[in-house]
Write a protein that binds this ligand. Structure first.
Ligand SMILES: [Cu+2]
Length: 267
């Protein structure tokens, strides 16, 4: 009898421990309009974009402060910028990578224009001096007519042509919870010759941003060989769990940044 009770008790403890770990891993919505992740509970980001309207210039401000409301003043450059801001529509069909300007006293601002009404997810990626790289997210509701949602369908083909660049993505042993390689190969779409003149973009051959289909899990991946200029760009990452993810690769050639999206289903 005593053994049975013990087993039931330890099972309950295991289950509650498990549930707790899961909730702290996800961004927590606070009532005062900001969200805090588990990685840096003491850092807060307050996003504001009052009266954001579709197709109109909108100023987005992000105030970075500690838990007592005191501004955090110093930020290190992370890939040439103090803050990277990723904005996506809820269906992930719209993607924008912005660099808010630092105004001092923890305040960042950026001008943005959203193509249609509806909810957007914003991810601010920054590095407070002496602290860890921090990502804070926020859901912004933009007024205006919503676009019809685009279904997130995993790709059948892994080659796409963007701005005259034919880009192939190869992922080895696709599975969750394990480190894997993402290899992009580039060739000129017109001449079919390998591209060897990719230019550094924000200090590296490319940048990869990955979001899960719910725009909840955010991964910002940097190349394993930042100095490459093509025809290959290699990245290493881990998908936290199985599911559908969208992967945006950003590269630069002939002075122009181009973004290549792929949707992948991680078993
Ligand atoms: Cu950036």
């Amino acid at each position: 009898m005593r053994i049975t009770i013990l087993i039931v008790l330890s099972l309950a403890l295991t289950l509650s421990g498990c549930g707790k770990a899961q909730t702290t891993n996800h961004p927590v919505q606070h009532s005062n309009g900001h969200e805090a992740g588990s990685s840096a509970e003491e850092i807060q980001a307050i996003f504001q974009a009052p009266q954001a309207k579709a197709k109109e210039e909108t100023t987005v401000t992000i105030q970075i402060q500690d838990s007592s409301g005191k501004p955090i003043n110093d930020f290190d450059l992370n890939h040439e910028k103090k803050m990277h801001l990723i904005a996506v529509s809820k269906d992930l069909s719209y993607y924008k990578h912005l660099h808010p300007e630092y105004k001092g006293k923890g305040l960042f601002t950026v001008s943005a224009q959203f193509p249609s009404g509806g909810d957007y997810r914003l991810f601010a990626d920054f590095l407070p001096s002496g602290k860890e790289k921090t990502v804070k997210s926020y859901t912004l509701t933009v007024q205006g007519d919503p676009a019809s949602p685009v279904a997130i369908e995993p790709e059948n083909a892994w080659t796409k042509t963007v701005d005259g660049n034919e880009v192939t993505l190869e992922i080895d042993h696709l599975m969750a919870g394990m480190e894997l390689n993402l290899t992009y190969t580039f060739q000129d779409a017109a001449s079919k010759t390998p591209i060897k003149d990719l230019q550094p973009y924000l200090g590296a051959v490319g940048h990869v941003v990955i979001l899960d289909a719910n725009a909840d899990q955010y991964l910002h991946v940097h190349p394993t060989d930042e100095k490459s200029s093509g025809p290959e760009a290699k990245f290493m990452t881990t998908f936290p769990k199985s599911g559908v993810y969208k992967i945006w690769g950003e590269f630069q050639r002939n002075g122009k940044v181009f973004t290549v999206p792929f949707v992948v289903k991680v078993p």
